[in-house]
Design a protein around this ligand. Structure first.
Ligand SMILES: Cc1cc2nc3c(=O)[nH]c(=O)nc-3n(C[C@H](O)[C@H](O)[C@H](O)COP(=O)(O)O)c2cc1C
Length: 203
């Protein structure tokens, strides 16, 4: 068969898991990566799934953690307070890889990690946090959205981080040579060092 050489991770569970985290870390640093803008799903007050695109800001395999930035007033905050669990989905057309990540979700408004995230955020991104009314509120006209550009804290009081602690990863790799599907589950034996167990699934 001609075409691309088969990747080393193809038939190896350990390398597949490492590739998941490599792609997520790349997504956090490269806006050209499909993994830069995953879909984050939560449950709404009716118990129905609510999905939205979010920019992936950090991926830390050691902490099994993904970080996103958002507005404290947005609808997802109340949803996460009610049900602190969600799923993150990405599909990368160029590599044929889909990830489905089950996570425990939490919102942090204060502390070192939040301050560092705010300090690192660009002035263009900060403008979103100067909107005076809560995101999602109805307005008479799109131009009627007011910005508090003189806010003393620049919008910091509306900024928060969403931490997704991943405990299950489902991998799907579409390939002409044969699809591959695998699931990885976190074993909580030793929180200091993550240990995953992986199994192949029928694609
Ligand atoms: C490419 C793209 C990137 C986005 N990034 C973020 C983000 O990082 N944080 C965020 O809160 N919303 C982001 N949004 C907007 C969300 O998709 C969503 O509309 C918003 O957060 C409101 O969601 P909610 O009402 O469920 O809270 C992004 C949208 C797009 C299209």
């Amino acid at each position: 068969m001609t075409g691309e050489p088969l990747p080393a991770f193809r038939d190896d569970l350990d390398l597949t898991l490492a590739e998941c985290w490599r792609l997520l870390q790349e997504g956090a640093t490269s806006r050209h990566s499909a993994f830069h803008v995953p879909t984050v799903a939560t449950l709404d007050e009716r118990g129905l799934p609510e999905l939205r695109t979010m920019v992936l800001r950090a991926a830390e395999p050691e902490r099994q953690l993904l970080r996103f930035h958002t507005d404290r007033r947005s609808a997802k905050i109340a949803q996460i307070a009610r049900v602190p669990a969600g799923t993150i989905h990405v599909y990368d057309k160029s590599s044929g890889i889909q990830l489905r990540l089950a996570a425990n979700l939490s919102i942090e408004t204060d502390g070192e990690e939040v301050e560092a995230a705010w300090a690192a955020s660009r002035s263009f991104s900060r403008i979103c946090y100067r909107v005076t009314e809560a995101p999602g509120r109805e307005v008479e006209h799109p131009e009627a959205v007011a910005f508090d550009h003189g806010a003393a804290d620049g919008g910091r009081s509306r900024f928060c981080i969403l931490l997704a602690r991943i405990h299950r990863i489902e991998w799907l790799h579409l390939a002409h040579a044969g699809h591959r599907r695998a699931v990885f589950e976190l074993i909580e034996k030793n929180a200091a060092k993550p240990e995953w167990t992986g199994r192949w699934l029928v694609p």
